[in-house]
Ligand binder design. Sequence first.
Ligand code: F6P
Length: 655
Amino acid sequence: MFSMPSTTLVCDTEPWKDLKGHVKEIEKTHLHDLMNDVERCKSMMVEFDGILLDYSRQRVRQDTVEKLFKLAEEAHLKQKMDRMYGGERINSTENRSVLHIALRAPRDKVVCSDGKNVVPDVWTVLDKIKDFSERVRSGSWVGATGKVLKDVVAIGIGGSFLGPLFVHTALQTDPEAGESAKGRQLRFLANVDPIDVARNITGLNPETTLVVVVSKTFTTAETMLNARTLKEWIQASLGPQAVAKHMVAVSTNIPLVKEFGIDPANAFAFWDWVGGRYSVCSAVGVLPLSLQYGFPIVQKFLNGASSIDNHFYSTSFEKNIPVLLGLLSVWNVSFLGYPARVSMESNGKGVSIDGIPLPFEAGEIDFGEPGTNGQHSFYQLIHQVPVKPPPWFYLNMVATELKGQEWNEHGLWKLWEIKFGNDCVALPEVFHLGFFSMQLLVDASMLVPNVPMRGSVMLTNEVHLFSLVCIQFANLSKIVMIFYFEIDLPSISFKTFQGRVIPCDFIGIVKSQQPIYLKGEAVSNHDELMSNFFAQPDALAYGKTREQLLGEKVPNHLIPHKTFSGNRPSLSLLLPSLSAYNIGQLLAIYEHRIAVEGFIWGINSFDQWGVELGKSLATQVRKQLNLSRTKGEPVMGFNFSTSTLLTRYLELLAI
Ligand code: F6P
């Protein structure tokens, strides 16, 4: 059994330090060189159950991946996964186990929490959902006035909303799911803004609406206020007794469900070993989605997630999709310093699971857009260097090898160009040229970020301008034609040139849910979408060089605008289709990736104390508003800014 001393941070381990040193190696390498190594690319393709992962466009070599596996070993990744699957209380700050995998386990599987197999409890709730949803969908459970409940409003926020919304959005256009949802509507009410309530109930008839209140704690302020609001909406139109037929609940807190006025018989339980943000496979997602699409479709979604659970648990790291994704995230965030990722829960902890402050970044900012929407909005930021490098700088070079050649008849030579190893050419201005060393004034925009300069300096027989320089040469009997050099750029921070690199996850689907083939067009609409899926990773990896632009006769003044240094890492996941099963797989891959990151960083990926802080401050404001409204008490106990804003708010509202 492993035990990592509580004061040991992963950054103090040898594999971490080794990776830190390795960064310098990788910074010398551009993705277009890495992509030329076919063996490397082959080793970075991983397939499982129809899913293909290609991570060859990550800024890693095979030895980087090996080093990451060593880090995983040092961080006891496998043992931590075993502890999670074994139901140990790995969420130590809340003293809970982390068993969302049990939510999609087959009926005959054994998953224990505190020595008790929880799978039978899971299936009791799933069977209850199946039965209830079938009754509602078939019209054997009807509303207070005898009408079929064809519309569902799911009230919930955070994990009690986003996961179900994601699955609903993906299933909506699936032909099979769409067919079984015909004539039904599922809406989500999360935000507490009254505008959202208004938008949500517009066009709905309380007589045909079922409200599902989804809250793990049944105390979340926004959810409970929205639940009271819709309760009033139902009661105002159908009378107080209607709640029994029109409102059900999903929660771990059945006493509070009862107190709210919902019959516990109409409550669907889940358990404290399901984190809020990992709860979509519990009744949180399964109930509303089954009401909309029918339980059999949702079962397929659970099966997809279960398939990944098995893969994650039993596959060696080299072929383990969530493990690879998690390790690559750690590499990008903590070693290469890329703080964001275009894709989907941030770990984002400032302390280790044992409360020790972390001296490294542990979590990324996720954002994204479906299809090519991102390309037409924020991709410019991803492609180019938004931080302007200094336009010119001095470069000191020391020749490592010299090639001699006869001086020409004029006795004068001009420094013509510097060729870099990666084919980038700079036209420098010579500031001073000695025999073995020279100082140049170089246009910074010519540089490829993170690529150390290696190359040659050519001297041509084009004359004048550099006569001073050439005089020095003329004094020599043998004339130096070419300097071979290898240099580190002194005093230049490569990070400055790199800008904000944002690694991307591209998720592509082979078969569209709704293919369109226009007459006479061989390329389908989905092909068009996928063209971008295939092209963008290369655009990010390769960029566009000045030389290419010159070859394309791009006018000089446009060259800086059209030059892209490339070297932007991405990975591609190709799924056969977006069926319920594949959606389940995708969800589980991303859930497990977060766990892998947290296990490596040594943080708790399953609590969210940061979120609680905002909640408690809002509670103080709510108390103040209540006192000011009911007793006319002045605003007190807040800082100047908040007091001013609150007072203004109350004053304007009173007018
Ligand atoms: O704010 C974060 C969070 O605690 C999530 O984890 C949770 O899903 C959400 O709030 C809502 O909480 P609840 O389900 O208890 O209403």
